[in-house]
Write a protein that binds this ligand. Structure first.
Ligand code: 5GP
Ligand code: ZN
Length: 113
């Protein structure tokens, strides 16, 4: 499958991996928008949050548990950080393999741009 993040899972494209288990992978975003910017992805290809189904219930939980662990490893947990998932083109998604952005290390504003 011609998917950038599946290629990162397969280690065909290099990435700076910060956390990995059987279900998920976390690696640094190539164009960080904050001092810490990490993407948490399932190893299974799912295009968007609109493509999940009931069989992905525990996998979605794995993504949040991994994001928590990434925040701990990066020292973000105490100050707080932002978890973002862009969904579809209209939601700002550019890579169609579901991913959670872990963004931290600077002040953030609301609403986002
Ligand atoms: P989206 O816009 O889909 O929510 O987020 C996709 C993210 O993937 C962007 O923040 C972008 O910088 C990142 N990205 C795109 N290509 C690569 C790549 O080849 N390697 C890494 N590590 N990140 C990438
Ligand atoms: Zn994929």
């Amino acid at each position: 499958m011609d998917c950038l993040f599946c290629k990162i899972v397969a280690k065909e494209i290099p990435a700076e991996i910060v956390y990995e288990n059987d279900a998920v992978l976390a690696f640094r975003d190539i164009q960080p928008v904050a001092p810490t910017h990490i993407l948490v992805i399932p190893k299974k290809h799912i295009a968007t949050a609109n493509a999940i189904d009931a069989s992905d219930r525990s996998l979605m939980g794995e993504m949040f548990l991994a994001a928590k662990e990434v925040a701990r490893l990066e020292g973000l947990s105490e100050r707080g950080h932002r978890l973002v998932m862009n969904v579809g083109e209209g939601g700002g998604q550019s890579v169609f393999h579901i991913h959670l952005h872990v963004i931290g290390g600077r002040d953030v504003s609301w609403p986002p741009g």
